[in-house]
Design a protein around this ligand. Structure first.
Ligand SMILES: Cc1cc2nc3c(=O)[nH]c(=O)nc-3n(C[C@H](O)[C@H](O)[C@H](O)COP(=O)(O)OP(=O)(O)OC[C@H]3O[C@@H](n4cnc5c(N)ncnc54)[C@H](O)[C@@H]3O)c2cc1C
Length: 359
């Protein structure tokens, strides 16, 4: 395919996705004309599956479900975790794509199979005999939008990154303030790196990023020097990482580029071009908790316990992507979504066969 045709095809896909999104927002009749069959006005708000969250995990689950002819709705608030970054990396065949384009293509793909996508926020959920009732905010400040129903519910709500409260840091996140060298290390290789220590794990981060640059300074910030073990010191020394004690007061930015790190008091300024930080992950597990899903505590927050397919402790409730674990990068999140989608299809099929018929 030529570049021109490729662009035209992508533009068509994006337009198709927008049309589906508009229909769903307007409370349209759902999968009319789709392989799954038309929904009547009476069942317009009833789906076989509702997916909350339209990032890599949610869209992947929806793609599999749509292709399996399952009447599926994706509810997405439209705030994917990697939105601050201009490009995504490390996803084979998608390396360097913009996060917005990745999602636009994904939305167009699910639209092809009649999956609906609504730009909204799920604010409450209950579970009864027939499945789940999910209340949407509907854009109203009081959060009293419509309710959609589903036999199975996927939570693909991702997580939020709580950044260290250093002046000037949040504005540069995803640009020259980074958290993941696998995502963006190559793009900043060989530059002057700083690492902002906020816990003993920051030593590990400083060691890891030394794979991408030989010029790394670990700013101890909130970490006391005594917290460094002998092994930490030995490894940092061998990796050539400089260690600077003292609290970081602010980032120095010139012409929209990070140029330095300013320490509190008379600690002075250190020229740096990139700062690695460790945001505190805040899992979006509110809906799972409301349904009584069992969670497990990890150093990166509490996540719903799932089996290898993504099924939580609540029958019919699934979790995928960063909603189910901190470590999922985009390709892993997509893979988890795919796996959950296929398992849900099987679950619905067997339930219907065991009940003596297909719905
Ligand atoms: C700055 C940055 C750069 C990154 N770069 C890369 C990279 O290059 N490569 C890589 O592999 N990974 C990267 N990541 C990690 C990547 O963002 C995650 O792995 C990925 O987004 C996880 O996908 P997800 O579908 O689980 O969640 P998300 O992509 O975060 O999607 C969750 C969606 O659910 C929606 N949502 C949440 N709650 C609700 C609700 N109640 N109702 C409706 N919708 C809701 C959100 O608005 C969002 O649209 C990066 C992360 C950051 C912070």
């Amino acid at each position: 395919m030529t570049e021109r045709t490729d662009q035209t095809e992508r533009a068509d896909q994006t337009e198709r996705a927008k049309r589906t999104e508009r229909t769903a927002s307007a409370g349209g009749a759902g999968n009319a004309g789709s392989p799954a069959g038309a929904g009547s006005p009476a069942d317009a708000a009833t789906y076989e599956v509702v997916v909350v969250g339209g990032g890599a995990a949610g869209l992947s689950a929806a793609l599999v479900l749509g292709r399996a002819r399952r009447r599926t709705l994706v509810v997405d608030a439209g705030e994917p975790r990697n939105a601050p970054a201009a490009h995504l990396h490390g996803y084979l065949s998608r390396d360097g794509m913009s996060p917005a384009e990745f999602l636009a293509v994904g939305r167009a793909e699910i639209a092809r199979y009649g999956v609906e996508l609504v730009r909204d926020r799920a604010v409450d959920v209950t579970r009864g005999d027939g499945g789940f009732a999910v209340r949407l905010a509907g854009g109203s400040p009081s959060g009293e939008g419509r309710t959609v129903r589903a036999r199975q519910l996927v939570l693909a709500t991702g997580l939020a990154d709580e950044l260290p409260p250093v002046p000037g840091l949040a504005e540069r996140f995803g640009r020259d303030v980074l958290h993941c060298p696998y995502c963006h290390g190559w793009e900043v290789r060989d530059r002057a790196f700083g690492v902002l220590a906020t816990s003993p794990a920051s030593v590990h981060q400083a060691l890891v990023v030394s794979q991408w640059s030989k010029d790394v300074t670990l700013f101890l910030h909130t970490l006391a020097e005594e917290e460094l073990t002998d092994e930490d010191r030995r490894r940092l020394d061998t990796a050539g990482v400089d260690v600077v004690p003292g609290e970081v007061a602010a980032l120095v930015v010139e012409e929209d580029r990070l140029t330095g790190i300013r320490l509190a008091g008379d600690g002075g300024e250190h020229a740096r071009e990139v700062l690695f930080v460790a945001p505190r992950p805040v899992p979006r597990t509110g809906l799972a908790v409301r349904l009584g899903a069992e969670t497990s505590r990890t150093p990166f927050g509490d996540y719903p316990v799932t089996d290898e397919r993504g099924l939580t402790s609540v029958p019919g409730l699934w979790a995928a992507g960063n909603a189910a674990g901190f470590a999922e990068q985009i390709v892993n999140a997509a893979s988890r979504g795919y796996r959950a989608g296929a398992a849900i299809n099987l679950e619905l099929l067997m339930a219907d066969l065991d009940a003596g018929g297909r719905r």
